[in-house]
Write a protein that binds this ligand. Structure first.
Ligand SMILES: O=C(O)CCC(=O)C(=O)O
Length: 301
């Protein structure tokens, strides 16, 4: 959002005398804060009731967020790259994963920066939150369940942690009882330090149609389910974190400057071309967008 204030009231030109004068202030003179553009279209009432359920249970299922064409496009782009078996037993030895999506699959943008997802993130995380990682995950048949885990486990905060990160898993194939639908423990985002899943904890499977999505808090215990269906289960997952935390994938290296210049402003901000005030994310004392090539009228860098 452009900063329209000027003169004495403009925080960018105010005398800085102490810490509070600059810690939350947008000091950039050219590339000021940008807020989620896509999220502006989302109905507030719908959002409120979904947020209440999300904060109570730690997850919600959002139906039919993307259409058949968007699913087919991402599947086709991902299939071009998905040629390796899984890497380890946590990720799944029979689970294929595709990293570097923002460079490789333009079709992933509709999932990463989906308006409803951004609208939720706008309420859960600080402005200029980041894409921490984005993958296509293909759980092949005869794959055991992934160990349950939280996505914020690598951030050294005592539990219960504040919401430091948020994740999505979109079904590209229908998620069924037996093909590896994401498993979650409702309410586990509120657990204290040292509380781990027990056999008696209620687990739910995110059984949902292709195009639907489970949105969950980074402190929720969850994992990919066991797939004994005879078919693969393809999904897209995105993880987002507070703008002051380290992201899992280093998008400054896996996404070229040309791509970062050409994507939407929402995508660019998620990839890290933003500032967490007063200057986290700067390059040589400047806003990182100054490092990107100019974009011509056709959107080409
Ligand atoms: O594939 C899924 O359903 C969940 C995957 C997951 O939680 C992970 O890999 O961290």
């Amino acid at each position: 959002m452009a900063n329209t204030s000027s003169g004495r009231d403009d925080p960018r030109f105010r005398q800085i005398n102490n810490f509070r004068d600059y810690v939350d202030v947008d000091l950039a003179r050219t590339h000021t804060f940008s807020q989620s553009e896509a999220a502006a279209s989302v109905d507030n009432e719908v959002l409120e009731s979904q947020q209440a359920a999300l904060l109570r249970d730690g997850f919600i299922i959002l139906k039919d967020l993307v259409n058949a064409e968007q699913l087919a496009q991402l599947r086709s782009e991902a299939n071009h790259w998905l040629d390796k078996p899984g890497r380890n037993s946590f990720e799944g030895e029979r689970t294929q994963r595709l990293y570097g999506l923002p460079e490789k699959c333009r079709a992933a943008d509709d999932f990463i920066a989906h308006p409803l997802i951004l609208a939720h993130l706008d309420r859960l995380l600080k402005p200029n939150y980041l894409l921490s990682q984005a993958q296509v995950i293909n759980i092949m048949s005869d794959s055991p369940a992934q160990p349950l885990h939280t996505d914020d486990g690598f951030y050294p905060w005592p539990s219960p942690k504040p919401v430091l990160s948020v994740a999505t898993v979109f079904a590209i194939d229908d998620f069924t009882e037996d093909n590896g639908a994401t498993v979650a423990i409702p309410g586990s985002h509120l657990w204290g330090e040292g509380r781990y899943p027990e056999d008696s904890d209620t687990r739910v499977k995110a059984v949902m149609s292709a195009g639907s999505c489970i949105l969950f808090l980074g402190n929720l215990w969850h994992g990919g389910g066991e797939n004994y269906s005879g078919e693969s289960r393809m999904a897209f997952t995105g993880q987002y974190c507070e703008p002051y935390l380290r992201t899992q994938e280093n998008y400054f290296l896996s996404v070229s400057k040309g791509t970062a210049a050409a994507v939407s402003e929402d995508m660019r901000r998620l990839l890290g071309y933003s500032i967490h005030p007063p200057f986290m994310g700067m390059v040589n004392g400047m806003h990182p967008k100054r490092e990107l090539p100019p974009i011509d009228s056709k959107g080409e860098p």
